[in-house]
Design a protein around this ligand. Sequence first.
Ligand SMILES: [Zn+2]
Length: 646
Amino acid sequence: MIFERKTIVIFSIFVMGFLISFDQTIYGQDSVNIESEKEFPSTFRVVTHLHTSFSHDARFWSEPNLQIENLKQQGYDAVLVSDHDHSTFSSTQTNFVVPPFKNGSFEKSRITPLQMKIINIPKSSSQYLNASDSSNSYEGQTSFHLNLKGNSDEFDSLSWVYWERGVDKIRDRPIAYDLALKFSIFFSELPKELDSTAYLCSTIGKRQDVRYNEVSKKICFYFSEKDWNESNYFPLTENQNNLLVRIDPPPLKTWKEYEFNLSELALDNFDELEGVPMKYLMLKQVTFNLVSKNGSMIDLHLDNLNVLSKMTSAQMFDWWKKDIESYSEENFVVISGLETTYGQDIAAYGLENWYNFSNYDSVTDRTQGINDFGALSILTSPRAHNFTEVKEGDGWGSNLIEIFNTVHDSKPSSQVLKGWDSFLSKGVRISGVAGFDSHGLQMTPGERNPTVVIEPIYENIVYAESLTKENILSSLEKGHFFVKQTKYPILMTLSPGSELKYQMGGIQNISNNEENYVSIFIKGAPLPSKLRIYSDGERLSELKITKDPFVTEVKIPPNKESYVRYEVLHLGERIAFSNPIFFVSDSQNEIDVVKESPTQLAQGTQNFNSVEDNFLAFGIILSIVIIIVFGIIIKRKISINKQLSN
Ligand SMILES: [Zn+2]
């Protein structure tokens, strides 16, 4: 019977040990009250810093409905959209100025100035002269001086398509912004009718996507006195895709300025533009052409070529804001904003009206201006600019700083995290955010573009009372959110005191934090992971995360103004980081907790507890099975022993 007793003792120790270790697995440290899980608030997946085709730097496949629909399909709850504001860069107050021509670029060896691309080169039999300084140009400017002599028996042409200076992309322009084409022309010799002409064409339409086929409609302005339809020269033949507008040439050796409303002409003359809603229609390109035949010479000067919006910046912003926010649905919120782009980019979300943010002398003043307008300010992609300046600026008073940007970073940069800690240690209350920065979903064929991205690598999990524009903006501003790698279903909290309160970030009065502890809860982190806690610009401690969920409390320096934040690392990679709690002695600053409406509380509790309940039920069943199995084994052994002793 000695053997039997030993077996029973070992068995009991085993079962007790199992239950104790299982208890630890669920609850982590005993000091934390797991009951408070019931207060777990609602979380929302939020993407900040999305661009659309209405941006100055629009990309292929970047229309709002494609960009926003893409994120909605990925399960995001809220998207903050902003486009660069380049509208104050020129006197025209628009985004769409084609840069002035460069002088001296049209030599045979070097025929492509930076902002233009030749799309049709004259055959070898033709002649053309260089662009040169023009004595006939506007005062203080230079213009193109072009001269083409056609073949004796057929037409010959020279065409340039307009691209932006230094950037090898055609920029689409929304015709909803009431676009006009403007240029000035000077003829040294009047072209002979039907033998030679100059004309400008604008192509309006949209690029191919899942909903609509490619649409291209041309409006061409030409100077010939007779109808070029007779010539059968394609661009000057009127058909359903091609509108010809004959314009009077300037008197000989006299400059004349022209301006045409492209949006009006297109909408009046092309029936329904293949059924594509106007807001998706863009000006795709502008070409300038010289055509000559029978050896006749064409010689002209061209200047002041612009595509501009007839709307003011404020009108454009209003139009865009209404359009962008109309993509909101019952369970999906779109928040509009503006990326102010003067040196360091600072985005402004929740901005009601356009404002000329270029008027501020410093980034600090501009950021303060954004905050004064009641908008949320985000210091975007700090590494894409001069990071030394960013560091010296201490965040310039922004509410948030992008610790990660999907376009500019492959991982949260140590440099930016260090910079963030240095701001925080100086008492600057700035929260860390993951910015998306996608400018499109598909490359223009034949080009490489890092700003074309489909999925955020890191995303923001925001604690909010409910899914509204106001709540999301307010929670972001207060730092009630954390950042995690999109692929991990991590849920985490950081609260002052040793009782789990399920909150993230915020301000805590030191006197209310008598115990000098913070409590941390992490669920869904892959095992094993590491928890690194930072305070006062230094690593306070590092713990191993060996359980899921993981709960711990950490002692912090007592009665001292400071902050605490943490990072979660897996296999050396930062997979999530919290926003800080700021400990202050100012009694005005009580910690603000995200309040819950009863429905959301129930939902949050249910989601959160279901995993725990299943886990607990599984443990109990497993323990019972083990007890029964051991019971049977012991019983059999006893009966065998009995038989043997018999
Ligand atoms: Zn941006």
